[in-house]
Every structure is written in structure tokens, then in C-alpha cells.
Design a protein around this ligand. Structure first.
Ligand SMILES: [Fe+2]
Ligand SMILES: [Fe+2]
Length: 317
């Protein structure tokens, strides 16, 4: 029998190879796609064909995605550190594909803006990033906060701190909280309607085939990111059911962002408004089921309540 020191240098087990996270890693490797293989010619022609209003509306969303993808790439590091601290090498392997994919999503939007719109430098794209005032719920019941630029760095910082000095239970709880915010909330519920709105708009305009294709490829990647996070949460919550509370804390803190309407539901004419609220409920229920937590029925009722119709700025990433 080898001594413990030597054993600790090897991570692979037959149980790991048969497990859901390792299989997700294998799938990610099989599904790798390249931005270089995409042809932006037709999109560039379409850019000059659509109206200035359509250009402005679309650019408002794509520039947000360009910023969002860069931001989620940068915010992923605490999860990698935690996977290492928890000695879960299959999680580290999957996260290496996750990190590469987020960087590639940023690359996709960088190339689309460069080749289709002719903008690339920070000052060129930043000019189209709409800095908006704080979203106010006129009824005063809900607060709308910044999930992408406030929640992710906040929970990521807590996870990083736990990784550096916390007990195993503290790391696990902080992991559940960060993953609930990143994979469950942002990727798993909030951004979903934004992707669909761009896909629906490009289909309705019969334009921008490569933007449409890119969004489909990105969505397939996002599906794996989300289900990695919810599966990791399920594993940890099964180990200690008290972690479920951490999930509800996150969804509670950012409740207003989820019950409000997505900005582009109102900005793009001809879209079916109810579709995207129903979609959020479906995604929320799926995430809860995957994590093995009980859905908050009050939240579901609030998302579907037609009297709650204030508009939240688009989230993208
Ligand atoms: Fe992404
Ligand atoms: Fe993602």
C-alpha cells in the first residue's frame, strides 16, 4: 500500500469517471466550437439593411453581452480555487472547459462587433453601453440590485475567503451560495430570456444568421455551466441539508431582479411579453429541482403577477 502522501498526488477513480461531472467534462470537450469557423459576411450586409432603430436596439443588447461575458469569465476563479480546496478534481476539469467557454463567448461578441459593426476598442463599444439610472419598483415592494457587478464579486469574495482559511463546511456553504448566484440565478434564470429575445428578434427580422448561430452555440455551453452548478449544489446539499438555506438567501436578496420584466421585452416590438415571464418560472423550477431544493411558491406567483410590471435592465453573460 502506497503511503498517503503519494496517494494524494493521484485523483482519478472509477467512481469519478462514471459520475455526472466528469461526463459533463467529456461532453464539453466533444462539443468544442471555434469563433474562427464562423462567417460574419451576411451579418455585416444585414447591418446596413436594418433600420437605425433596430441597429440601436440590437447594439444595446450585444454590447451588454460583450461586457457580461468578460465579467463572468473573470468571476469564475473562486470556484476553481474551491474545487481544488475540496479535492474534487472532476470539478476542476469541468471548470477548465467552463472558463475557456466564457472567454470564447467574450471572443464571439468581440469579433461580431468588430466584423459587423466595425467597433472594437473600449471607447468605441463603451459609447453604446447604456448607463441607466436605478430601477425603481413604483409599488415600493421590490428592490432591484446589480447581480452581475455586485452579487457575483460579493459571493465570489466570500468563497475565496472561505477557501483560504475556512473549514470544509464553510467552503461548501460558500460554494453553494456562489453557485446559486452564478449558475442558478444569473445563468440559470435571469439571462435566459435575454438569449431568447435576441434569437426571436433575429428570426423575426430574418437577419444576422451568425449572431443567431452564435447565441445557439453559447446557449448549449450555458446549459452545461448551469447543470454543473446545480449538480454540485445538489451533491453538497445532499451532504448537509442546511446548505439549502444559502440558495434561498441569494434568490431572496435579488428577488426584484427576477420578478420585474426584462427591458427588451418592452423595447423590441412584436414580442410576446408573457412568454418570457413563464420561461423564468420554468427555469426557476428546473433549477430548484436540479439542486434538490423546494421552490419558493411566493416567488413564482410574483413572477407571474401581471400587476408587477416594472422593467429591469437586461442582464447578459
Ligand atoms: Fe457565457
Ligand atoms: Fe456560462
Amino acid at each position: 500500500m502506497a503511503d498517503r502522501d503519494v496517494l494524494s498526488k493521484f485523483n482519478f477513480t472509477r467512481e469519478m469517471l462514471a459520475g455526472p461531472i466528469y461526463r459533463k467534462y467529456e461532453k464539453a470537450i466533444r462539443k468544442v466550437w471555434s469563433v474562427e469557423d464562423l462567417d460574419f459576411t451576411q451579418d455585416a450586409l444585414d447591418w446596413h439593411r436594418v433600420t437605425p432603430e433596430q441597429q440601436k436596439g440590437l447594439l444595446g443588447v450585444t454590447v451588454r453581452f460583450l461586457a457580461g461575458e468578460q465579467s463572468v469569465t473573470d468571476e469564475l476563479v473562486p470556484m476553481l480555487a474551491a474545487a481544488h480546496a475540496l479535492r474534487r478534481f472532476d470539478w476542476t476539469m469541468f471548470l477548465s472547459t467552463f472558463l475557456m467557454e466564457e472567454a470564447k463567448h467574450a471572443e464571439f461578441f468581440m469579433r461580431w462587433h468588430e466584423k459587423v459593426v466595425g467597433i472594437l476598442e473600449p471607447e468605441e463599444v463603451a459609447a453604446h453601453f447604456l448607463v441607466r439610472g436605478k430601477t425603481i419598483d413604483p409599488s415600493g415592494r421590490f428592490q432591484v440590485r446589480d447581480v452581475m457587478y455586485e452579487a457575483l464579486p460579493h459571493y465570489g469574495g466570500l468563497l475565496m475567503a472561505a477557501t483560504q482559511g475556512g473549514s470544509e463546511a464553510e467552503i461548501e456553504r460558500a460554494f453553494v451560495q456562489f453557485s446559486a448566484a452564478y449558475n442558478g440565478f444569473v445563468e440559470g434564470v435571469l439571462t435566459m430570456p435575454s438569449y431568447e429575445i435576441v434569437i426571436d428578434s433575429t428570426a423575426a427580422w430574418n437577419a444576422f444568421p451568425t449572431l443567431h448561430r452564435g447565441f445557439k452555440l453559447i446557449l448549449a455551453d450555458e446549459g452545461r455551466h448551469i447543470t454543473f452548478g446545480t449538480e454540485a449544489c445538489r451533491i453538497l446539499i445532499a451532504k448537509d441539508p442546511s446548505y439549502e438555506e444559502a440558495v434561498h438567501e441569494v434568490f431572496d436578496a435579488y428577488r426584484g431582479n427576477i420578478v420585474g420584466l426584462v427591458e427588451y421585452q418592452k423595447a423590441v416590438p412584436g414580442l410576446d411579453l408573457g412568454k418570457y415571464q413563464t420561461m423564468k418560472v420554468r427555469h426557476y423550477r428546473n433549477r430548484c429541482r436540479e439542486m434538490g431544493v423546494t421552490a419558493d411558491e411566493t416567488l413564482v406567483e410574483q413572477i407571474l403577477d401581471p400587476t408587477i410590471d416594472f422593467v429591469v435592465g437586461v442582464e447578459a453573460g
